[in-house]
Design a protein around this ligand. Sequence first.
Ligand SMILES: [Zn+2]
Length: 252
Amino acid sequence: MPLPKLFFSVICATLLTSSSTFAKDDHAEHAEHAATATKVETTKEAKHEEHKRKASDITGEKALSMLKNGNTRYTRAHNRKDGAGKLDREKLLEGQKPHAIILSCSDSRVPPEIVFDQKLGEIFVVRTAGESIDYSAIASIEYALMHLGSNLIVVMGHESCGAVKAALATLKGGDAGSPWLNKLVADLHPHLKRFSELSQTDGVVVESWANVEGVAKDLMDRSEIVRRLVESGDVKIQNALYRLGSGTVEWR
Ligand SMILES: [Zn+2]
């Protein structure tokens, strides 16, 4: 994915800037605190770039209905025949305008393009085990929001998720298999703490929903861009859970 310089400037500015700085008047800040001039300039730059966000014409609600319709086609085995041919590839040479961002588990049984019957250039997909979010997952989502204009974020978990099971198994300690795996399950632990004394539900469905909701909250907490776009109503965030047997996506 070629990342324009613009993207890096927004990300760097965002990292350098606290939410409280955003609330202040930039010019007053500059005059009072010359030493923080660089920080203020980057804040202004981030604000400026955010104003230039070119949102997709497809609203979050509309994008959600497109995904729901796609999932219905998939479960009924009436998949689209268009969208993945030579002409479609050529149309996308100039760029992409995906109508939705999907954050989902990497599990090979849950490919969003297939379960939503979406084609080339239509959805921007970020996948990690247990849909856990690190800086690169968050940055990828911010990139799609700011530079590709998507107005919908879907956080999707699934039935019988191995990452959720591993996190449940290590709630009271234990080794997930490597330092990085330990870090990943530790990121999921806060979402699952309340299940520590309970036996697992069928297909860890209840626990997987709790993980999805925890990840969505983490994303809002950790990304100022996501939080502001969702709170302003410009972008919709939607939780989802995929059922392996039926192929159905449930929504909350
Ligand atoms: Zn999974």
